[in-house]
Design a protein around this ligand. Sequence first.
Ligand code: NAP
Length: 243
Amino acid sequence: MSKTAIITGSGRGIGAAIAKRLAKDGFDIAINELSEEAGQQTAEECRALGVKAGVFAADVSDYAQCEEMIKKVKDEFKTIDVLVNNAGITRDGLLLRMSEETYDTVIRINQKSVFNMTKLAGAAMLRQKSGSIVNLASVAGLYGNPGQMNYSASKGAVIAMTKTAAKELGSRGIRVNAVAPGFIQTPMTDKLTEEQKSAILGQIAMKRYGQPEEIANVVAFLCSDDSSYVTGQIIEISGGLSM
Ligand code: NAP
């Protein structure tokens, strides 16, 4: 029987690259996006690789919407074997100028979504006694980053949540890991100024930005049986941004 992967926020950027890579590996793909239209292109590209793919619209920061989405995915695909918590946003600003609303929005979307989806997909995996969950953390969550008090707090929490979930679910055959990307070329980082981009480049040992496919390759490893004894780990993928 084919396996199913659900990837949040996979209409574009790193999420879309992960969806296509997992489709190549033979997974049926449940694409999550805020709207149906936003996920259609990824779905078509996955189907072209010979697997089933569907778009499931939901705001992953909303528990009730996640509950409804997981039910629909189970109805359509029967099992949930892989969950990739990829959806995330940035709302950067220096601490003293950051509004409470901006702080709360980033925490809700980047952090609460991981609670919602891990709890709901984890329950389905518990019944199967198998599964792999991969969270998208960030180097900002490991080391902090000026202008990202909200984002780095949310990603630091994702790292702690990864380890807690790995400890809770490990005995039931469910592995939980995270990747911590550095600077990856996507619509999220296209927003940075040229000055910010060149400052970041100066700190990267490999002297280039990463591509979404380079994140997808490591996520695919963590979703595969090749990593069957790996859990609770945070793998930095940053071209040597920090060592
Ligand atoms: P991106 O291009 O901005 O894509 C993020 C995707 O998430 C978008 O499709 C977005 O949909 C979706 N999304 C946002 N809020 C959502 C919600 N509430 N419910 C469902 N979907 C939602 O970002 P990316 O660069 O690919 O980043 C993907 C992940 O990697 C994020 O968690 C990010 O924090 C992490 N990361 C990225 C980098 C980097 O350098 N790019 C570095 C470290 C970590 P809309 O288009 O509708 O907003």
